[in-house]
Design a protein around this ligand. Structure first.
Ligand code: HAM
Length: 415
């Protein structure tokens, strides 16, 4: 028997209410903040990701689904949503529009990760990007929007973790201090951190191995090394967040797993955070558009994992509005009745009444049993007598009360 590939799963009909609920909240929040939808292709030129996300990141180094197409081009299934949006911004000249350009997406994302609860090889993200403005009011907007999105989902017990990792200029000094600190304890580091020390020192702070915790906790803080512009930007952002009454926790170990970030980085985490529990994360990426060939263009964005949201909604037993279901079940007995049932189903649907017809060749009892187990509240029954008299029986499935209605009046009766 075939199975869904490891780390992927089917979203069965009984799960769909969660997904539609979240999508509805996404559409509402984006409309409220003036973000417009963009859909990029599922795959892109592989270099787009190595140049933006960074060659030394886990994503590019170990997790991309990269393949050569029949024309010999190297393509990659998108492992994140920001780089494709930036590529589209440049390709379609969106810098000619009034800035910032506010865009959002709902997209499947592919990462070859070790699957576990909350971590999959295909997941879905709600992401949004505001491109073309460096002011901290935009950082506050993007964070406020993420916070309001989770509140609107009725998710509680969340925390907002915040940090500033500075710009190209001040980062250099910080990285030197960080490396010096780690070099002093290098023999106590896990093997991954030994590599990170050489290849991507910022990521040292992200290590979850127990032996590395004391070293990471006592490491120098990026916020102590910010240049005056980054310092001003960060304190203004904190002021705005206080004005907006958004509670945040400064977390000097928050660095994020993608290389394009500058200045503000943030994550929304559940109270009991683990390595794969962040519900969403984002930050500024003021150099990315230029890195991809555009003019210097500051930008900021956020991405949230829908699977993790569903997991948390379930954990908190959040009330999810049910999806609309067909209202009416049409039972029929005998060939002539089946013909009438087929015609009736078509005319009711034309009138906007959602109807499901019973499978043919079953006893009335078994048809009604099916109606019950599918949760129908109303059934229409047509047998030989009803065909002869041009009527149908309308049955209330919860009370079992029945009444005979002439066919021409059925639509009005059901409405
Ligand atoms: P990210 O932190 O890599 O950021 O992913 C965003 C969110 O996607 C995570 O917080 C998590 O909820 C979810 N996620 C990530 N990987 C997985 C996985 N393997 N399985 C399930 N869920 C996952 C980004 O991707 C950035 N592009 C976000 C961003 C937008 N930054 C600026 N703009």
């Amino acid at each position: 028997m075939y199975q869904a590939p490891r780390g992927t799963f089917d979203i069965l009909p009984k799960e769909q209410a969660y997904w539609r609920y979240i999508e509805q909240k996404v559409v509402n929040i984006c409309q409220l903040y003036g973000y417009e939808r963009i859909d990029a292709p599922v795959f892109e030129d592989s270099q787009l990701f190595s140049r933006s996300v960074g060659k030394e990141t886990d994503i590019v180094d170990k997790q991309m689904y990269t393949f050569k197409d029949r024309g010999g081009n190297s393509l990659t299934l998108r492992p994140e949503g920001t780089a494709p949006v930036c590529r589209a911004y440049l390709e379609h000249g969106l810098h000619n529009l009034p800035q910032p350009v506010r865009l959002y997406y709902l997209a499947a994302i592919f990462r070859y990760e070790r699957p576990q609860s909350g971590r999959y090889r295909q997941h879905h993200q709600f992401g949004y990007e505001a491109i073309g403005d460096g002011d901290p009011t935009l950082d506050a907007e993007v964070i406020d929007m993420a916070w309001r999105f989770f509140t609107s989902l009725s998710l509680r017990h969340l925390s907002l973790q915040l940090n500033s990792i500075g710009c190209k200029k001040c980062r250099r000094q910080y990285l030197a201090a960080l490396k010096e600190h780690y070099a002093r304890s290098s023999k106590n580091l896990c093997s991954d951190c030994k590599t990170r020390l050489k290849r991507n020192p910022l990521r040292l702070l992200d290590c979850k191995k127990r032996q590395c915790q004391p070293i990471a906790d006592s490491a120098p803080r990026s916020t102590d090394y910010l240049c005056s512009e980054c310092e001003k930007h960060f304190s203004q952002l904190k002021r705005y967040l206080k004005l907006l009454k958004i509670p945040f926790t400064l977390n000097h170990r928050l660095v994020r797993g993608l290389d394009y970030y500058t200045r503000t980085v943030f994550e929304i985490q559940p109270e009991k955070a683990t390595a794969q529990s962040a519900l969403g994360g984002g930050g500024r990426y003021d150099d990315l558009i230029e890195e991809l060939g555009g003019k210097p263009t500051p930008a900021i964005g956020f991405g949230a994992g829908l699977e993790r949201i569903v997991l948390n909604l379930k954990k908190e037993s959040a009330p999810i509005p049910p999806l609309p279901r067909p209202q009416l079940f049409i039972a029929h007995l005998g060939d002539a009745a089946t013909e009438d049932a087929v015609k009736l189903a078509a005319s009711l649907r034309k009138a906007g009444i959602a109807a499901v017809i019973a499978p043919a060749g079953k006893s009335l009892k078994s048809q009604l049993r099916q109606a019950n187990s599918l949760g129908f509240t109303k059934a229409v029954i047509i047998g030989e007598d009803e065909v002869k008299s041009g009527t149908a029986i309308v049955r209330d499935m919860t009370t079992s009360q029945q009444k005979t209605v002439p066919l021409p009046q059925l639509e009005r009766e059901l409405k």
